[in-house]
Design a binder for this molecule. Sequence first.
Ligand SMILES: [Fe+2]
Length: 394
Amino acid sequence: MTYRTIDDMFEPGTLVQLTDLWTPALARYRDRPAVVIDIEVLGYPRSITRQVNGTSVSEKYDCIYTVALLPVEPAASLAREQVPVIRLISLDVAGILPAEPQSSEFAAWCAREFCGAEPAFVANPSAAGNGRFIGAAVLPHTIPMYEARHRPNDHRNKSLVAIEQVRRHLEQWQPDVIVLASTHWMPRDGFFIDDGAQHHDGCDASYQGVEPQLFSFPGDPELATLIGGLAHGAGLPVRRIHRVAQEHAVWVPGHLLCQERRIPLLPCSIWWRGPREAHRRFGEIIAQAVRRLDRRAFFVASGGLSHTFDFSKPPEYVVPQGERFDRLAQEWLERGQHGRLLDMSEDDFETWNPEGRAGHLYMMRGALGQDVRGQSLCYHGSNGTGYLTMLFQS
Ligand SMILES: [Fe+2]
């Protein structure tokens, strides 16, 4: 078996064969044709080990697939409710399944139903309004960080305390909506925006494959529709989608920031390997839609800074070349010099190796619409990577 990197993953719409080699609980689904409908990129390879004849065999995976399964009972026409959806690690996918008439028809249906659609045309793209982004925050998001609430000695509690400060600001500022850019949602063909009215876990509840999906948020379909239409009209590659499952870069910050207040949350992707400038432009278009619809919006850039992992050192370690650029980025953002991030040389950028290729930071600047100065609430290392929590008020 080969380790598949994110540059070598199965695209949404692909018909795949599952295996229970690594996840025995998957046996019940193993023989069902499955279609990849969504991908979460974790950002670094994680190991999983199994026993084979008394020896340990380890492999790595670095993404999580959401797959739809062909229903057991044949039906004349399909509906979302009849189609079980589960999340699994990339090692649970054995390979591409040869297409049979029934399964390829199912794959085509899944592509239409689950993999996004072109946004509708917006008739009057320049209409005025008074909405705006009242602020933004950069923050990290890991699952262990969320669980760190229950681990008093976890180094990531520092970030949790800082995120709690952001939450208290939101309590005062009362935004109508949070637009969240996720660095784990990295399609290669452009930006995606979730136009669902309600975000909740739509996976088969009887299968606990990857992690609990502890979220339930209202969305903002009107805003998402307008953003999609405006971005489409501006020539950006963008698709709208109502995701069946979110990933933790969306729901952990959402959960920590909203808690019981149920602020509408609008998740959007970054564009894997898309130009930096396109991210900023997409952020500007998001702000344009916010203005038109008179929303008081808050932007969350969900992701870390440098993203080179090293588990061999103490938990708060940051790889030195990453930390050097993290400190620079932090200083630039504190001074409101967002353009310096945009203008970094390719060499410096690759040395820095930011999470999500910093797409979340460029989008944030576009959404803010000006060079707002950031207030650092926390910076620390985490297994080689850099975690920054920073608040922007505009
Ligand atoms: Fe992450």
